[in-house]
Design a protein around this ligand. Structure first.
Ligand SMILES: Cc1cc2nc3c(=O)[nH]c(=O)nc-3n(C[C@H](O)[C@H](O)[C@H](O)COP(=O)(O)O)c2cc1C
Length: 186
């Protein structure tokens, strides 16, 4: 197979990129904000933990550090414009909830709001910060999680009801996943 060297063009991370892109919510009860985050991952099963990387220069970061709590809101393809918008504009310039048609939804365990239009929500509290200079990796406990039962059952996404999840390819490009496959027994 012919292969192209992408490591040297600084695009290597994009080979790993297409995990689920999420909308992250932060807030202190008075101010709040939402930003898009593609660099996220599960970090432990029991008790559940999640991690993501953020740039410290984002408007969201000092706001996040006021509570060390955040919401992970999982969008389906109907929110792709909001995901791109929340990832390419700053909360410094106005309310992204209003601008991108997102509804604040009260969380059970955390101060920041969740996004009603998302199909699943995780409520998280940071327990460890890995400082990388301009960026940080935040490790967090998952305090609560809910998902639309039409799309997530018995610990797995199901695609029978037309679910289309989104993955970031870079810039304004996204991929959509819409079916599950079962591997043959080893
Ligand atoms: C699809 C997408 C994914 C992104 N993923 C990340 C990410 O994982 N980490 C990060 O720090 N910024 C990420 N960004 C950039 C921020 O979302 C973006 O800079 C945002 O405008 C910051 O908002 P704020 O200034 O209101 O906090 C992403 C942008 C897009 C469009």
């Amino acid at each position: 197979m012919d292969k192209v060297d992408v490591a040297t063009s600084l695009q290597a991370y994009r080979l790993l990129n297409p995990g689920l892109v999420v909308l992250l919510t932060v807030g202190n009860g008075e101010k709040d904000n939402v930003l898009s985050v593609a660099w996220n991952m599960p970090a432990r099963k029991e008790p559940g933990m999640a991690a993501f990387l953020t740039d410290k220069s984002h408007y969201s970061y000092p706001l996040l550090s006021e509570t060390w709590e955040f919401g992970i809101n999982i969008p389906d393809v109907s929110l792709v414009d909001a995901v791109y918008g929340c990832g390419s504009t700053s909360g410094r310039d106005g309310d992204k909830f209003a601008r991108f048609g997102l509804t604040r939804w009260k969380a059970q365990m955390i101060v920041p709001p969740l996004i009603k239009e998302a199909i699943a929500h995780l409520e998280c509290r940071v327990c460890q910060v890995v400082d990388l200079g301009d960026t940080v990796i935040l490790l967090a406990h998952i305090l609560a999680a809910t998902a639309d039962p039409r799309h997530f059952k018995n610990g797995a996404w199901i695609f029978d009801n037309g679910l289309e999840l989104i993955h970031h390819l870079g810039a304004d490009r996204f991929a959509v996943s819409s079916r599950a496959v079962t591997a043959r027994k080893a």
